[in-house]
Design a binder for this molecule. Structure first.
Ligand SMILES: [Cu+2]
Length: 436
């Protein structure tokens, strides 16, 4: 599993069969699985999965449709499922201790929610997530537009890394404090899994739904063999599609790319590194599509956005503190903190009136980047020119950097606000807000 091995053997592997449903009752059974994470000549790895596989099945509905999921926990410890990026009822958010009780092993929980937004989302365990997600408890959650864009292939690209031992098992030490105090649990093997794993033609137009499901690794991604644009971040369409350059996905972030296949060989997903680039995965190109006329990449139809009221916005500051090589806040009780507090406090970071706009000044006073995720809402990233940028659910704040976000808190309930480097979350970098 050295670099060379990695480059030679990494290849796109099939995911579980797609499940398509709108209102049907679907069972999602979490239980131990054996998964062929490593190349075929290496042993399968004991993991956790949904319905016998990791990643779990593609859950898919049309915008406005209903997801109706009977979750059965058979993993041997408590769990719950969070529907990442979905602006849904608080009771369905899947956060044990905040929106529901933990689902004990042997027990079940019924999740039912309408899909308000079309886009690329995902689901994952939200109990001891730094371990359960690392072991494979996640899957793609896709909501189709009422009028989907004109593409020849709609492809899901799941990007993950795993920390493997020489014998092909996952390394343990999921709560290793050295990892938690630094970048988190980084894997030594990474891959992009493409579903469906079918060849495309040169000249085809493809939609690539990239999802970074890694617990802690930030993936810069270079796309080879295509020419196109980014049309959405975190499930939310960009008003104007962007050229694909410097694409970086923090844990939990997504990007939708619509692109034309220009290579006669393959589409490649490349993780650039200081020395050799990693080939994360590829899609073979076979044949030529001569029928498609050249045309620009159109924007996706927008999802609903409430306009923020910047004049009356409450202005708040959330400062990230702690970690290695930093002086901890005097009041923090774990490796990481927000505003001097580690972990969840009895009172929320802030209570919002429903519909209230907030501008939150995110200050990263640490030596590491953090990907900050808000549940139940999307927010605007504020640009350096004070303009409202992408509408996201997770924002990456560089070490020592700052970012303002603007959010209309219109979804009632108790919502987590936490670092999605799950090793950081485990070690205190989390808080919550309440919307009345
Ligand atoms: Cu973090």
């Amino acid at each position: 599993m050295n670099r060379r091995d990695f480059l030679i053997t990494s290849s796109a592997a099939a995911l579980a069969p797609r499940i398509t449903f709108a209102s049907a009752s679907v069972e999602l059974v979490a239980k131990p699985v054996m998964a062929q994470i490593l190349p075929a000549r290496d042993p399968a790895t004991p993991m956790l999965g949904f319905n016998g596989n990791t990643p779990g099945p593609v859950l898919r509905a049309r915008q406005g449709g209903t997801f109706d999921v009977r979750f059965l926990n058979r993993i041997g410890e408590g769990s719950a499922v969070h529907w990442h990026g979905m602006r849904i009822d608080n009771a369905m958010d899947g956060v044990p201790g905040m929106t529901q009780d933990v689902v004990d092993t042997g027990a079940e929980f019924k999740y039912r929610f309408q899909a308000p937004d079309a886009g690329t989302f995902w689901y994952h365990s939200h109990n001891r997530s730094w371990e359960q997600v690392a072991k494979g408890l996640y899957g793609p959650l896709i909501v189709d537009e009422i009028a989907p864009p004109d593409v020849d292939h709609d492809l899901i690209v799941i990007i993950d890394d795993w920390r493997m031992t020489e014998s092909g098992t996952l390394a343990d030490g999921f709560e290793n404090m050295h990892d938690q105090a630094h970048q988190g649990r980084l894997g030594n093997y990474a891959r992009a899994l493409v579903e469906p794993n079918t060849p495309v033609r040169r000249g085809d137009r493809v939609r690539l739904r990239l999802i970074n499901v890694a617990t802690d690794r930030i993936f810069p991604i270079e796309l080879e063999g295509v020419d196109g644009k980014i049309v959405a971040f975190d499930g939310m369409p960009l008003p104007r599609p962007q050229v694909v350059s410097n694409l970086v996905l923090a844990p939990a972030q997504r990007a939708d790319v619509i692109a034309d296949v220009t290579s006669a060989g393959q589409i490649a997903f490349v993780f650039p590194t200081r020395d050799d680039p990693y080939l994360l995965g590829e899609i073979p190109v076979e044949g030529v599509n001569t029928m498609r006329q050249p045309s620009g990449i159109p924007a996706l139809p927008p999802n609903e956005q409430k306009q923020p009221d910047l004049d009356t916005a409450v202005v708040l500051t959330l400062t990230m503190q702690g970690g290695a090589m930093s002086r901890p806040a005097s009041t923090q009780t774990d490796i990481w903190a927000f505003n001097g507090q580690s972990g969840l406090t009895d009172t929320p970071f802030h209570r919002f009136e429903r519909g209230q706009t907030a501008r939150i000044h995110l200050v990263n006073d640490t030596r590491f980047p953090h990907g900050i995720h808000l549940h139940g809402h999307h927010f605007f990233e504020v640009g350096t020119d004070a303009s409202l940028g992408a509408f996201r659910d997770t924002t990456l704040v560089d070490a020592g950097g700052t970012r303002d976000i603007v959010c209309v808190f219109d979804n009632p309930g108790k919502w987590l606000l936490h670092c999605h480097m799950l090793g950081h979350q485990a070690a205190g970098m989390k808080t919550w807000v309440e919307v009345a």
